[in-house]
Design a protein around this ligand. Structure first.
Ligand SMILES: Cc1cc2nc3c(=O)[nH]c(=O)nc-3n(C[C@H](O)[C@H](O)[C@H](O)COP(=O)(O)OP(=O)(O)OC[C@H]3O[C@@H](n4cnc5c(N)ncnc54)[C@H](O)[C@@H]3O)c2cc1C
Length: 401
């Protein structure tokens, strides 16, 4: 049935992985997603299925027990999963970012300790930059890590941790002045700490509290939490990469691949909205014919499908660029911006095609309508993407006069 969002040039292995994931989504996710979402219930069984499929280790190198696949394979899997239920893609996304940061920046000991267990989904990752007073402006972080012998003592409050409760390894970005003189630029005085903890809520480790879940309008099932550090002691060997002052760059590197991932989620949700809209339009009759036969509705479907195609193409381009070893911040920013905006628009059109029924919780589009806005915010808002895109364009097209 899927004619849209095809990807040329995939290997047999990639096609096989995608077919397996699509089958899993159709059989195990779509039939239960809306019910679980309405109950805000964690999809434990689905997560077990993802572990069996090896999805938690999809991009982790084979030497650490992962599948060693590319960012493109990963993004296409995320697109399929988000087509089923966006929250499930959120469960693997933060894990993927932390595994990626470890792979790129971790010490050998950190990779050996965490990556094999992350590949199995035994250790599950979350990352934490945002605080109550900041999200876009990462340089304003106030949480602090201060050296004390062989340890660091962390204090501060973090906000909006996806998988904050269910994860067991959190990459936390803090300010760390040690070794950096007064007046050092904020992005050069930040450090990523690898914080191990028990999954769950309350005091999950001495000095570390995860209060309950934040009640959200959508993106339910997956837990989003605060994180409070009050004299949390972290051994010095849990500084990512072993050196302080590199945290900002490490996190931005992680978020950059995360942007391709959010673009892929936008593609998946938009695809599902299109499927729901095109199906409903052929069943609902008004004025003696299916509404799909009214030109206004056909035009909507045409616009929706075009947006699905365009977003998919940009997302694939951004992933391939990264896989080729090239810098992809421009492409990732564009893909994330376009895919999330188009996703919101396609979902809105599918909602309108459903008429009054779109407003009923019995119809899947109601869930998508509450999920799409999250993609406009996560991994950097539209305004932040446009700042990145604008800056890069001015670098590339510098006036030579
Ligand atoms: C469900 C959910 C899950 C999340 N998960 C995580 C997570 O796992 N880890 C994590 O660290 N964070 C997470 N976040 C936080 C998310 O990254 C931030 O919400 C996001 O970066 C925006 O920050 P903010 O909410 O503080 O908005 P602000 O930064 O306060 O921005 C408010 C508005 O001002 C605009 N704005 C800000 N600066 C500028 C500017 N210079 N020029 C023009 N406009 C500007 C923004 O675009 C936005 O429209 C999550 C958020 C949500 C809602």
């Amino acid at each position: 049935m899927a004619r849209l969002a095809q990807t040329a040039g995939l290997t047999d292995v990639q096609q096989e992985i995608l077919a397996t994931v699509r089958d899993f989504v159709d059989k195990e996710i779509i039939p239960v997603a809306t019910q679980l979402e309405h109950k805000d219930e964690y999809p434990t069984q689905i997560v077990e299925g993802l572990k069996e499929l090896g999805l938690f280790g999809l991009m982790i190198p084979e030497e650490y027990g992962g599948l060693g696949e590319s960012l493109l394979t990963y993004a296409l899997c995320v697109e399929e999963i988000a087509r089923g239920w966006m929250s499930v893609s959120g469960i693997i996304n933060t894990h993927f970012i932390v595994a990626y940061m470890l792979k790129q920046h971790g010490t050998q000991e950190q990779k050996d300790t965490f990556l094999p267990r992350m590949a199995l989904g035994e250790v599950r990752g979350a990352f934490s930059m945002s605080e109550p007073a900041l999200g876009s402006d990462v340089s304003a972080i106030t949480s602090k890590g201060v050296k004390d012998g062989d340890e660091y003592v962390l204090n501060g409050q973090k906000m909006w941790l996806t998988n904050g409760g269910t994860s067991s390894l959190v990459a936390v970005l803090c300010r760390s002045d040690e070794g950096h003189p007064e007046g050092t630029a904020p992005h050069k005085s930040m450090t990523t700490f690898l914080v191990e903890k028990e999954p769950g809520f309350g005091e999950v480790r001495p000095g570390l509290t995860i209060p309950g879940k934040i009640d959200k309008m959508g993106y339910k099932g997956v837990d989003t939490t605060e994180l409070i550090m009050d004299g949390l002691r972290i051994p010095a060997n849990r500084v990512l990469g072993g050196v302080t002052g590199r945290g900002f760059y490490q996190m931005m590197d992680g978020v950059e691949v995360g942007r391709v991932n959010v673009a892929a989620r936008g593609c998946g949700v938009a695809q599902r909205a299109f499927e729901l809209g095109v199906s409903y339009a052929q069943q609902r009759q008004t004025f003696g014919k299916p509404i799909a036969q009214h030109q206004a509705i056909q035009f909507k479907l045409a616009e929706m499908a075009t947006k699905v195609e365009a977003a998919h193409a940009m997302m694939v381009n951004a992933a391939r660029k990264k896989d080729s070893g090239e810098r992809n911040d421009l492409e990732a920013g564009m893909a994330k911006y376009l895919a999330s905006e188009y996703c919101k628009e396609v979902v809105e059109d599918a909602f309108r095609i459903h008429g009054g029924y779109g407003f009923s919780k019995e119809y899947e589009i109601e869930r998508l309508y509450r999920e799409a806005p999250m993609l406009l915010i996560g991994e950097g808002t539209a305004e932040i993407q446009k700042m990145i895109i604008g800056r890069r364009l001015l670098e590339e097209y510098r006036f030579q006069g």
